[in-house]
Design a protein around this ligand. Structure first.
Ligand SMILES: [Zn+2]
Length: 271
């Protein structure tokens, strides 16, 4: 099943608990799509990685779709090893803040451990601007092509991310995306390309990205969190947080619906 992971272009949503996972799996199942669920390293540490793993497997089976569980942007070898031991499907070693030699070295260490267990590895060259949980990058430039070439030649990475103009968090102004970088990666290798920072991209940009044959994973994180926030705000507006007659389940339902519709709409965009 792991080899099917990148057979088609997948949406990858960040989750932080069983409720957020369930809302997205339900939306995927309603659209008859497979999906990737992922967490940041910070979230991974906060939750019970084994229980989340078990829930996602059983719930995906029940819904008859494939759901893969991915650890995103991780710099910590201990956490990476933990996710490998706990049979998450793929992990991302993010050593993009190191120089290229060091990045290659760290990535290859993770690849060796992960591949032994049949787990895929994502890595990144050139830092993606913006804030993703506990990770913030201010400086930005499109990734150097010679570094990409060297990295792909010297690692057996399964999924590859590079900076081409997307940012983590929502966009202030119109993003300037360098699609030619994605084509460059396709020309020199058959390693799937991962798009980070897709929250807030226009629908037509997302659609254009899915049409690129080597784009196999499109990450959506900020919009999941904003959907959660929307669910809470709507609960307040609707009087669901009044002390009198307060029922947690009604608030949970609002949050679930907000995440479900956000994900459902994303699947509709990619068709
Ligand atoms: Zn990212």
């Amino acid at each position: 099943m792991i080899n099917d992971l990148l057979a088609e272009c997948m949406l990858a949503f960040n989750i932080w608990d069983i409720n957020s996972a369930k809302a997205i799996i339900d939306a995927a199942a309603a659209k008859k799509r497979n999906v990737i669920l992922q967490t940041s390293a910070g979230v991974y540490n906060q939750m019970d990685a084994e229980e989340v793993r078990a829930f996602i497997k059983s719930y995906a089976d029940k819904k008859s779709i494939n759901v893969w569980l991915h650890l995103d942007h991780c710099k910590d070898m201990k956490i990476l090893e933990d996710a490998i031991v706990k049979k998450w499907d793929s992990v991302m070693i993010d050593a993009s803040d190191s120089d290229i030699e060091e990045n290659i070295k760290k990535t290859n260490i993770v690849i060796e451990k992960a591949h032994r267990e049949g787990i895929l590895v994502e890595a990144e060259v050139g830092q993606i601007k913006g804030t993703e949980d506990d990770l913030t990058v201010d400086e930005y430039h499109v990734t150097d092509r010679d570094e990409i070439k060297k990295f792909l030649r010297e690692t057996k990475v399964d999924m590859f991310a590079a900076a081409f103009g997307t940012v983590h968090g929502m966009y202030k102004g119109k993003p300037d995306l360098d699609y030619s970088l994605i084509d460059y990666v396709a020309n020199i290798s058959d390693v799937p390309f991962v798009v980070h920072g897709s929250s807030g991209l226009e629908d037509k940009e997302v659609r254009k990205l899915t049409k690129k044959e080597n784009v196999k994973k499109i990450n959506i994180s900020t919009e999941v969190k904003l959907a959660y926030r929307k669910g809470i705000l709507e609960s307040i507006e609707g009087g669901l947080l009044e002390e009198n007659g307060f029922q947690a389940i009604y608030v949970e339902k609002k949050i679930y619906e907000a995440i479900y519709y956000m994900a459902y709409n994303k699947f509709s965009i990619i068709g």
